[in-house]
Ligand binder design. Structure first.
Ligand code: TYM
Length: 334
């Protein structure tokens, strides 16, 4: 039997999943699941690196599983689970942490950005978030890690620490590669297209959530920030808003070439173009939400998570043991 290559990735639903998460990551998990063994987890440990309301977190985690499935992840083909159901993540996380230098953690832009914004009482968990993410990856010896642009630095750190540990203990880890799509790896905010679309986007006008009503999503797109140049052209520097909408439209219509979109809307107004983007987004949301509602109603989530965790542990547990043995942390050699 030919073994499938493997990919691993996770999403941290510290808020609701949004269109950036879908375009930059989730849709790729679905695309690859025939060719690769896709290990897709919900990073609930990473969620608590920033303060969470317990009831809201639980709802976001449930929604995240349902949205994974609604977007097309098939638990028969892919391994879908909650990070804490596989305790090996936290265990290897600590070990990787012990092999990560403070200098490396200090260079991580996500932490630095939060610090630079003057956010108070940042947690130790937030600081050591990247080694935990490295463990998430290294436990499964993946060939690729499909992520959006903002996670590239974390995957690079994973590679650096894995190479360091391999040099010290023998070849315990496969060195993973980030897999970042050419289109849609950085979807920008609709209100400020110089910033990434994110869960915590102001009063949320810049961010389309996968569970937004189509009406609300349409309104956000129709009022998206553009420019006064009056042309539909992919030029992120001079027309960041229009370029972002072109990326969204392209990603949702089979990665249509930008030039084709530019041509279709040549000489047409921004209103008409935005309507086309809104149509594509609303069609996606309607499809996802119909499936999401059916999955929530089916009551199958618990079973799917339990089966996913069992499959994940069957890979993660022997890897953790192998690492612990190589480091000399085990007494019984089995
Ligand atoms: P998270 O939850 O912030 O984002 C999940 C995935 O979505 C991508 N993404 C975007 N892509 C394009 N445009 C955007 N505006 C946008 N916003 C988010 C992210 O790049 C990511 O791929 N640290 C991770 C979760 C994680 C993980 C892992 C990922 C934990 N362990 C191991 C891969 C492997 C995170 O916070 O993603």
């Amino acid at each position: 039997m030919v073994m499938k290559k493997r990919m691993v990735s996770g999403i941290k639903p510290s808020g609701q999943l949004h269109l950036g998460t879908y375009i930059g990551a989730l849709r790729h998990f679905v695309e690859v699941q025939d060719e690769y063994e896709m290990v897709a987890f919900i990073a609930n440990l990473h969620c608590i690196t920033v303060p969470q309301d317990p009831a809201e977190l639980k709802k976001n985690l449930t929604d995240c599983v349902a949205l994974y499935l609604a977007c097309g992840l098939d638990p028969e083909k892919s391994i879908v689970f909650l990070q804490t159901d596989v305790p090996e993540h936290a265990q290897l996380g600590f070990i990787v942490n012990c092999h990560t230098y403070l200098g490396e953690l200090n260079r991580m832009t996500q932490f630095k950005d939060k610090q630079a914004h003057g956010e108070k009482n940042l947690s130790g968990g937030l600081y050591t978030y990247p080694p935990l993410m490295a463990a998430d990856i290294l436990l499964y010896s993946p060939d690729f890690v499909p992520v959006g642009e903002d996670q590239k630095q974390h995957v690079e750190l994973t590679r650096d620490v894995a190479i360091r540990m391999n040099n010290r203990y023998g070849d315990i880890f496969t060195i993973p590669e980030p897999k970042i799509a050419k289109v849609g790896a950085r979807i920008m905010s609709l209100t400020d297209p110089t910033k990434k679309m994110s869960k915590s986007d102001g009063i949320n006008k810049g961010c389309i959530y996968l569970l937004d009503t189509p009406k609300a999503a349409r309104k956000k797109i129709m009022s998206a920030t553009t420019d006064s140049l009056g042309q539909i052209k992919y030029d992120p520097e001079n027309q960041p808003g229009i370029s972002n909408l072109i990326q969204i439209l392209s990603s949702l219509t089979g990665d249509r070439p930008f030039a084709e979109i530019e041509q279709e809307f040549e000489g047409k107004g921004y209103g008409e173009f935005k309507r086309a983007v809104a149509d594509a987004v609303c069609a996606l949301l309607e499809d996802i939400q119909a499936k999401y509602n059916a999955i929530i109603a089916s009551g199958q989530i618990e079973t799917i998570l339990a089966q996913g965790a069992a499959k994940a542990r069957a890979i993660a547990h022997p890897k953790l043991k192998e690492v612990q043995r190589a480091i000399g942390m085990e007494i019984v050699e089995k």
